[in-house]
Design a protein around this ligand. Structure first.
Ligand code: AMP
Length: 404
């Protein structure tokens, strides 16, 4: 009853091994710098439950070698947690883009593999390593079932008037240009917990996933009806290094004035904007928070911009949902920053979102684990801090489809 969860990036591989009877993580690790300089500089960090972390230097020219090293470590006599590969029931893979083809997770076969390839143009940076990870597992662990879990799938319930862009219709028909949304496993996990905590059949939930990448979603009766990310993860909120929503004409103007190519502008908006673009020192929100406390002008502007844009989305989605039963905060910033939650929820009592400032700041001081309600006792809507667990969603889907 064990499931392996893999998240293959362009030069990295993150993994977790779950015991599905207890849903506990038995071991986890991350390989970095795969393929960089032919794999000569690659290394793996590995930790098994209750034991010290170890670092292993090893040549990893491709994901195949990384997966082989992971398996060797998991089954190692000294550091391992399983006697052999037979103990692993199935492998779950995080896959960025399911396009319109995948509305839920699937067991991978040749037909599915071909459909995944069709989605590469929609995620040219992430899809190739995602697919490479699946292929490597098929090669190294033949006969083991692989399940693809998509970042976009949860958002496939959006109505057409929410996901269409008002560009000429031919761009949707021919180029598949529309809003897809991302962070779907997180929005699904958090909204499911919220619906359970609300304990009512019909629910209107807004999920704010705030981390280095950030997105908001509107979830009605457990189904996503809108989300802030779009065709790519660039749309929506201001993020660590992504600009989020801006006037599209500003893009053209800056390109023209600075004589930039499409590629350069893509990098400018994805890697040099957002928090990094305004704060300028770096994109780590903890530094912004510390400088904000000292009154640093740019940190104040950055933090105010970040919070204002989240607040706007909550209002936006309250209108889409026709009311609001719960606002949920998750992700590195959402789970840890009382200041952001306070600024986002300030002045929202008029629409039933009434924050208990003391409960909110106590949560940061005491670092209470689990799900916490930080709304005032009489608040119409609950304000919930719910730690996300995307890997667990992947493990559960994998187990449900292939492991049982
Ligand atoms: P994630 O991408 O979900 O791992 O979140 C990473 C972001 O969360 C980084 O910008 C961190 O600086 C930020 N973060 C983590 N802890 C805190 C905290 N206590 N206060 C503010 N931001 C935090």
């Amino acid at each position: 009853m064990k499931v392996l969860v893999l998240n293959a990036g362009s030069s990295s591989l993150k993994y977790q091994l779950f015991n599905m009877l207890t849903e506990q993580v038995i071991a986890k690790g991350m390989c970095e710098r795969i393929g960089v300089n032919g794999g000569a500089e690659a290394y793996m960090g590995y930790s098994a439950a209750g034991r010290d972390k170890i670092e292993i230097q090893h040549e990893m020219p491709s994901h195949k070698e990384a997966i082989e090293l992971m398996i060797a470590t998991l089954t190692d006599k000294l550091n391992g947690v399983i006697a052999s590969l037979d103990e692993i029931d199935a492998v779950g893979h995080r896959v960025l883009h399911g396009g319109e083809t995948f509305k839920s997770s699937v067991i991978v076969n040749d037909e599915i593999m071909a459909k995944l390839e069709e989605n590469v143009p929609l995620g040219p940076l992430h899809m190739p390593p995602n697919i490479m990870g699946i292929k490597a597992c098929q090669e190294i662990m033949p006969g083991k079932k692989n399940v693809a879990v998509f970042d976009t799938a949860f958002h496939q319930t959006m109505p057409d008037y929410a996901y269409m862009y008002p560009l000429p219709y031919q761009d949707y028909k021919e180029l598949r240009v529309r809003k897809y949304g991302f962070h779907g496993t997180s929005h699904r996990f958090v909204s499911e917990v919220a619906v359970k905590l609300l304990g009512k059949e019909n629910s209107k939930v807004v999920v704010c996933h705030l981390g280095n990448g950030s997105s908001v979603s509107a979830v009605k009766d457990g189904k996503c009806i809108d989300t802030s990310m779009g065709l790519t993860p660039l749309e929506g909120l201001m993020m660590g290094t992504r600009c989020g929503n801006i006037d599209p004409a500003a893009v053209l103007y800056v390109m023209e004035k600075r004589n930039m190519s499409v590629k350069e502008m893509d990098s400018y908006m994805n890697k040099q904007s957002g928090i990094l673009g305004i704060y300028e020192k770096n994109s780590d929100f903890r530094n912004v928070r510390d400088d904000y406390a000292k009154g640093d002008e740019r940190a104040v502007l950055t933090l105010n911009m970040v919070c204002y844009k989240i607040k706007q989305y909550i209002g936006n989605y309250a209108a889409s949902l026709g009311g609001i039963d719960a606002v949920c905060f998750t992700g590195g910033i959402g789970e840890n920053s009382a200041l952001v939650r306070e600024k986002v929820c300030a002045d929202l009592a008029f629409m039933g979102v009434d924050l208990d400032f003391d409960k909110n700041s106590r949560l940061e001081r005491e670092r209470t684990a689990g799900n916490v309600d930080i709304s005032k006792d009489g608040s119409k809507a609950k304000i919930l801090v719910i730690p996300t667990n995307e890997e667990l969603v992947i493990a559960r889907d994998t187990f449900d489809l292939a492991g049982k």
